[in-house]
Design a protein around this ligand. Structure first.
Ligand code: FES
Ligand code: FE2
Length: 381
């Protein structure tokens, strides 16, 4: 269902989309990052319509394993049932609306913490204390199911019954990134980082090669190789892109900590790949690891980054895998801290009455592409 929300009287997304498509395109005006009305519109046009990555199959490997999250303010429960199938359910009790499951773990069933209504692993209501004698049809009551699908062990959900299938939606991205074989990897670390900035700043920053040499000079900025004037990005439908370049492994000293992923070892230790899958999934690969950065909006000026790091399944046989993954985690955290200062300053700066958006640099082509898709989506809303 579409809810028309005015963005701002002096502008509209359709006009901004046209503007951004021109060669003299400029970055988005500040209110796209600060307005509650824009935020509401993004929720409907993007987060309630597109396929969203909510985790890895190995996070819920066994029957009864579950995880929970909120997609903006929509509570979601992802669970593996007794048959091994993955379900995505609305995590909102059918009695009064409390969230039924919390955090992540393993359960035989879910008991709502408020009045103890009980749901099975498929979301069916199987118990409701002291409700006998009312005309409530318990057998017909269940937590509504969302669409769910997997691609190479990544789990996706979709709120929109009319959206294209996951297979169709992800095909352009899969065509570019499938050879990284994430299905042959396992989750080595999951990092959660809260940022005081709009979610788009986080996504844009993760596809922004332009800033790398400046603020990441001390961490990994020096390792990006090649003629930056010639970097070529493959732009994908839906605002995505892919880019293959050369950079050192994501480790504190830029040297390999793990073996290279066997299926891409012929590309050498400095293989690097970057990409984006709209609305909120950034992908990065090096020779020995790959990771998805999912950015969840928490409000106009707050977001949560979840960083899923993957290593080839064979790497988990090494006794030092955990210790080395910790080193990588601390390194990633130090990189994000370098970004954080910029992102939080951006959030403040675009609200300035003096701010006029500047032009896109050539290295910002993926951001330009994402923004065009974004504007077209919210204009269509
Ligand atoms: S709100 Fe869940 S049992 Fe009452
Ligand atoms: Fe950065």
């Amino acid at each position: 269902m579409s809810i028309p929300v005015p963005i701002r009287s002096e502008t509209n997304a359709r006009e901004d989309a046209t503007r951004a498509a021109r060669p003299d395109a400029r970055h988005l005006p500040g209110h796209y990052y600060t307005s509650p009305a824009v935020f509401q519109r993004e929720k409907e046009a993007l987060y309630m319509k597109r396929w969203l990555c909510v985790g890895r199959e190995e996070e819920i490997a066994n029957a009864g394993d579950y995880l929970t999250l909120r997609v903006i303010d929509e509570p979601v429960l992802v669970v593996r049932d007794e048959q091994g199938r993955i379900a995505a359910l609305s995590n909102v009790c059918r009695h009064r609306g409390v969230e039924v499951a919390h955090g992540a773990g393993n359960a035989k069933h879910f008991s709502c913490p408020y009045h103890a209504w009980v749901y099975d692993l498929t979301g069916r209501l199987i118990g409701a204390p002291l409700m006998r004698g009312t005309n409530f049809d318990q057998a017909a009551c269940r937590l509504p199911a969302l669409r769910v699908g997997t691609w190479q062990r990544w789990i996706f959900v979709c709120f929109d019954a009319n959206a294209p299938t996951l297979e169709e939606s992800i095909a352009p991205f899969a065509g570019q990134f499938g050879f990284l074989q994430p299905q042959d990897c396992r989750l080595s670390d999951k990092l959660v980082i809260d940022l005081n900035c709009n979610w788009k700043f986080a996504c844009e920053n993760l596809m922004d090669i332009y800033h790398v040499g400046t603020i990441h000079a001390k961490t990994f900025g020096g390792s990006y190789k090649g003629d930056k004037e010639r970097y070529s990005f493959i732009l994908l439908p839906g605002g995505g892109f892919s880019f293959v370049g050369e950079a050192a492994p994501t480790t504190p000293d830029g040297k390999l900590l793990f073996d290279m992923m066997p299926w891409i070892a012929d590309r050498g230790p400095n293989f690097a790949m970057l990409g984006f899958l709209g609305p909120n999934m950034n992908y990065a690969a090096r020779s020995e690891s790959q990771r998805m950065w999912v950015t969840w909006p928490l409000g106009e000026d707050r977001s949560r980054l979840i960083v899923y790091s993957l290593l080839p399944a064979g790497a988990f046989d090494r006794p030092d895998q955990k210790e080395k993954s910790q080193l990588v985690r601390r390194f990633l955290e130090s990189i994000v801290e370098e970004d954080r200062a910029m992102l939080e300053s951006l959030q403040n700066g675009v609200d300035s009455r003096m701010f006029v958006p500047g032009p896109f640099a050539r290295l910002e082509e993926p951001i330009h592409h994402m923004i065009n898709d974004y504007l077209a989506s919210i204009a269509a809303q």
